[in-house]
Unconditional design. Sequence first.
Length: 273
Amino acid sequence: AMLDPDSGLSLTIARIVQRLKGSSLHSQLERQARVSLHKPEIKLESLKEDIKDFLKTSGWEKKLQNAVYSELNVFPSPCHPAAPLEHMKEPLAYMRKAQGSWEKRILKSLNSMCTELSIPLAQKRPVSEQKELLNKWNEMGTDEPDLSLFRPVYAPKDFLEVLMNLRNPNYENGEQPSFRNHLGLIQVPLKVKDIPELKEDFSELGLNIGQLGIDDSAQVPPEFFENEYVRVGQKVLAEQDSAAAQQYVRQGCPTALRADLWALILNISNQPE
């Protein structure tokens, strides 16, 4: 069953609230709200609304929006509440099966290497060793053990072979040769966007739209729109809006504004916490 949009939305909101609860932004907002209590424009009878207005006008609401936006960007799309955890990580059963057998193979290789070299994978250090470690804690990186006996846990060739043998059991390609058989070694039919969907997704790369930083001769010469584009970029930075910045850089990123725009898109700052 599909999630109805409302419950999906409330699930997303709850998860984002949960994620932001322990963040430094949360404590900063609390501190600001407390500070605002001493301001004359905050009235007791309309406390909640007044504090909201204060956070809006002092720029904190924008910071909260940016934080929510960057959470949404790394957020997996909500799954059905009844879906098991392994299904959320990998919805295709045949992929899960392949992952499981590859993991077993890695573990077997790791265990046999440990047995050969008689090295335990995990054990509590004796007290004397713990003390010795603490004494030279800061020089640990310089004391290189001999790693020549360790070998790679798997050969890249083996992994490639596993990928080449992946087959979707529901996909009938037929035996007759077709151009699909020659598309490459790995034949996993994954859903990708078709041409009209790609056109829509990358509409900013249309030939009739100005682009910054493209070496090919573009239909719209960059010098015609560069000055105006940089001006818009400065406006986006002044607004401190993460979503606007992300949309803006789709047509190129002026070198002078690069660091600031990416910091805004990723919602990071170089201020000491």
